[in-house]
Design a protein around this ligand. Sequence first.
Ligand code: GTP
Ligand code: MG
Length: 426
Amino acid sequence: MIETKSKQIKAFIAGVNLKDPNFDYYMTELRELARANNMEVVGQASQNAENIVAGTYFGVGKINQIKAMAQGLKAKALVINDELTPTQIRNLESMTKLKVVDRTELILEIFSNRAKTKQAKLQVQLARLQYELPRLHPSENSLDQQRGSGGASGGFANRGSGETKLELNRRTIGKQISAIKKELKEISKQEDVKSARRNNSRLPQVALVGYTNAGKSTTLNELLKVFSEDSDKKQVFEKNMLFATLDTSVRRIDLPDDRSFILSDTVGFISKLPHNLIESFKATLQEAKQADLLVNVVDSSDPNMVQMTKTTQKVLQEIGITNVPMITAYNKADLTERQFPQIEGNDILYSAKDKDSIKELARLISKKIFSNYEKVNLLIPLSAGKELSYMHEYGKVTKEDYEDDGIHITAQLSPSDLIRYKKYQV
Ligand SMILES: Nc1nc2c(ncn2[C@@H]2O[C@H](COP(=O)(O)OP(=O)(O)OP(=O)(O)O)[C@@H](O)[C@H]2O)c(=O)[nH]1
Ligand SMILES: [Mg+2]
């Protein structure tokens, strides 16, 4: 495991480039990931190749070169741009005499350090154990066998004879994995109930998604400040670092024209997110899957903006979120030379730190989610008090007259509410 003490570890980053046009960008990300892991990146190397060398990742010549460079720079760790096999890690470590860390472990480590809630902690732990399981290797000492006294079950000390330490470790991890999965299932059941309750309210659901550090949490906080009472209490954690958010937060936003929606903020993305991590964070990403609209927040001031946008689209696809309508919100325009706020079709250029921008963003969101609402005239009998209060809370009542035959209402209704109120239509 990587040290996370305050003292920074000098690290050398390196990768094999299999003619990937995004290679430089991946290396930039790797540098950021290393920094986020309390490492000081002192040097970098790459090798152009047709294939990865199965046993050692790099060719031998490259490894010697890296070793010499890293030694000269006093690096203690070698950070690799891809996920490595256990053999590759071992061979690279013995050849370079450096601590070797692959991209997956870096990401897992950052997630571990950031996780705060029980759900996030369990999700990260699950991903880590799944990463470790195939990487367990027999102890260096092949005689290191665990000899138990028989087949009795329970208690790790009491195992069948001749069971190797490796098998024992595998079994322990396997057990831990299923226990965590069970616990996560329980949590996710409770989450389902919560989200079903929200769904019942029939308020449209909007999810902020996007590359890590793009400003999703800031956008949520600023929308709350402009459109919600008590916004101080509802603020979420925002910070200039990778993966500041690991949990999903859900808030209600009340727009001035009586139109409300549910807004969620969730974990950010990066390229080559470890598969296990995506798997275990699926529950957290449910909100985005169920959303009526996705707001893809992009840092427009970042030179790698285009790749970041593509990364987000790719991760969304991997999670199976493919047909939710999306707008792209190019944030941090204050750090660019461009005029803002500016709406163009489904895109907005804005700054989360600018009030006018936030209002424009809300306008665009509102336009998208309420576009299929219809204006109708209804006559609701005085006896239907429940239907009336529902209408006030979730529909948009623009006109209301109490008369002898009932209440005459003009309202904006969603397609599902149109069906519900059809019998009252006049
Ligand atoms: N200059 C400027 N900085 C911004 C703007 N929006 C957000 N930031 C900063 O960008 C950093 C990241 O913001 P967050 O809101 O935490 O980003 P996020 O997308 O939630 O990031 P993760 O949770 O890590 O995925 C913070 O330091 C914010 O203050 C903006 O419009 N302009
Ligand atoms: Mg965030």
